[in-house]
Design a binder for this molecule. Structure first.
Ligand code: APR
Length: 231
């Protein structure tokens, strides 16, 4: 079957070689910061300063990171692919965009975006929120990280399921398959009759759903796979 429409899902593993921590490794983010405290609306209500500090750190780490060959390869694919392509990322870093990827969808929000709870405006933001800056639009001190926390609905789910229903190739890169709805996308792709490929450092919770799983670092597997697709 020839490939026309591709959906790619990326997770923290694709940014690991850029120096950004993943979540569930032994030194992962959730080891040092209980999810309930820093990645839920309840945690934010309970201790906003702790949460703002956590995301200030994420913002600083993102700005200090550089894209790696995996991000660059996907950007090359995006630029040269004349079929449909949707790069759905669970990551809040901007490393896909920084090397030129255009058709990117951040389903869990973006670390460099902040969201005003008073007027709903979103702003590109690289500094801190801990000193309570006023929203540039409405002037209120009511901005939170523009991150989809546990218990909140991921962004643009309709658009994602629509793209999966039309795809003939679904590729999952650097994700543990631990968190839904992203972990269920491969099953949707199978239902749509697509070929499914997983590129990951180790077998994931969803590996058995994939037609093919290749194990290794993204910086090697992704350029190799993109080379197969483009050539
Ligand atoms: N190359 C490829 N894969 C890697 C690499 C690498 N260099 N390093 C780690 N991995 C793999 C790990 O084997 C693991 O399967 O990346 C995966 C990372 O898994 P998680 O830490 O669970 O991150 P992710 O799957 O993105 O988590 C999903 O959970 O907590 C939420 O919102 C958070 O978006 C996140 C979601």
């Amino acid at each position: 079957m020839n490939t026309n429409n591709i959906v790619i899902l990326t997770g923290a593993g694709i940014s690991a070689e850029s120096g950004l921590k993943t979540f569930r490794a032994e030194d992962g983010l959730w080891e040092n910061h209980p999810v309930e405290e820093v990645a839920t609306p309840e945690g934010f209500a309970r201790d906003p300063d702790l949460v703002q500090r956590f995301y200030d750190e994420r913002r600083a780490n993102i700005l200090a990171a550089q894209p790696n060959p995996a991000h660059e390869a996907l950007a090359r694919l995006d630029a040269s692919w004349d079929g449909e392509l949707l790069l759905v990322t669970q990551n809040i870093d901007d490393l896909h965009e920084r090397c030129g990827a255009k058709r990117v969808l951040h389903m869990h929000g973006e670390g460099l975006s902040v969201w005003c709870q008073s007027c709903d405006a979103r702003h590109y933001w690289t500094g801190t929120l801990r000193d309570g800056p006023a929203c540039p639009v409405c002037g209120e001190v009511a901005m939170r990280p523009d991150i989809v926390w546990f218990g909140e609905m991921p962004y643009e789910m309709e658009r994602i399921f629509e793209a999966i229903s039309r795809c003939d190739l679904f590729v999952s890169i650097g994700t543990s398959g631990a968190v839904y709805p992203a972990a269920g996308f491969v099953q949707e792709a199978n239902r749509a009759g697509a070929r499914t490929l997983e590129l990951n450092l180790e077998r994931s919770a969803g590996s058995h759903f994939f037609d093919e799983t290749r194990l290794g670092p993204a910086s090697e597997l992704v350029p190799e796979w993109v080379g197969e697709v483009i050539d």
